[in-house]
Ligand binder design. Structure first.
Ligand code: PBG
Length: 340
């Protein structure tokens, strides 16, 4: 059979399957679309501090350590476009940091006071709190550091229970242990239930990797480890099966939601967990992922709106029900048409 190569008169190929037919019209593309992205899929991480001013974070353009006033304004703007889930991360004064991180369960601390202020204003706002000692720990680690440098697991878990109870008493809806200590989900569940906080959810950072993509976050909170790294508790980026093991444990220990973190470089882990569990999944598009997209967009190298929405859609497609993202407000504004 000879085919003429003149494109104007070419005989059609004998194809039964032409996938492009399902892409030929926007209305067809709309109903074959498998994944959705909407403001209700976002949890908005916000940095707070005790100061009166909003202090911009150099490596995270558009983000700041927010004052109480700045926080209320930001939450109001986010709610206006349908983002009603926020996660709070405190920048704590150096003078309050100790080796046992006890400021983490000070009932008059920054986090409990902020939760109360937010709930006063918006009783229906859903507040997620981070359970880990790094913002409060003079060593900059998520756990308690022994004199020989080891991170003490069981002692840390006891401290995390104090911290989560303090958050629950102030009104937190979801506590999110990001520390990666063994057994913390079960211990938190028992501690919460022991005080009748049976409706406080646990969102477990199940597969949290020892990632270089957390750099800007540690700048934001001044929370980088003073010595050593986090490799004895956070996971090795080389490992996938280990994430399934962590997922099984968090599930039997009573987690309500499992999380993978970071998101973009770990979509395979997210997809594997999606197949392995019936629990809802979260993913954290971390500070470094945000910084990359912001930096390239600021230089005009990428189209910010399109790459941000594509990155979030990819995370949803891989299996995330909900995404922690510093783009939450901005993306929701794009999705609702409030921003061009
Ligand atoms: C620490 C914590 C970290 C992040 C969330 N909780 C940093 C770390 O583990 O060092 C990182 C979030 C981000 O990079 O956006 N408990």
């Amino acid at each position: 059979m000879s085919r003429r190569t003149d494109t104007m008169t070419l005989d059609p190929l004998n194809l039964l399957q032409r996938p492009r037919r399902n892409r030929k019209h926007p209305a067809i593309r709309a109903f074959v679309r498998e994944t959705t992205l909407a403001p209700e899929h976002f949890i908005y991480p916000l940095f707070i501090h005790a100061g009166d001013d909003d202090v911009p974070i150099a490596s995270m353009p558009g983000c700041a350590r927010l004052s109480r006033r700045g926080l209320l304004a930001e939450v109001e703007a986010a709610r206006a476009v349908g983002v009603n889930l926020v996660a709070l991360f405190p920048a704590v004064a150096e003078s309050l940091k100790t080796s046992d991180g006890r400021e983490a369960w000070n009932p008059n601390g920054l986090i409990p006071e902020t939760i109360k202020a937010l709930k006063d204003r918006w009783p229906d706002l859903v507040i997620v709190t981070d359970v880990a000692l790094d913002p409060y720990n003079s060593d900059g680690h998520d756990g308690i550091v022994a004199p020989d440098g080891r991170i003490l697991n069981d002692e840390t878990v006891a401290a995390l229970c104090n911290q989560a109870l303090c958050q629950a008493r102030a009104g937190a809806d979801i506590v999110a242990p990001s520390d990666m200590m063994d057994g913390r989900v079960q211990a938190l569940r028992e501690a919460l239930d022991g005080e009748d906080f049976i409706d406080v959810s646990i969102l477990a950072y199940t597969a949290k990797y020892a990632s270089a993509f957390y750099g800007p976050f540690r700048d934001a909170l001044d929370s980088a480890p003073k010595s050593g790294d986090k490799k004895t508790y956070q996971m090795d980026p080389a490992n996938a099966r280990e994430a399934l093991r962590e997922a099984e444990l968090d599930e039997v220990e009573g987690a309500d939601i499992l999380m993978v973190k970071p998101a973009g470089p770990y979509l395979d882990i997210l997809a594997a967990l999606r197949r392995a569990t019936n629990l809802p999944l979260a993913a954290y598009q971390v500070s470094g992922e945000y910084a990359m997209l912001k930096a390239a967009s600021e230089r005009g190298w990428l189209d910010e709106k399109r790459v941000v929405l594509e990155s979030l859609l990819g995370i949803r497609r891989a299996g995330a029900d909900v995404i922690f993202t510093y783009f939450a407000r901005q993306a929701a504004e794009w999705l609702t048409g409030a921003r061009k």
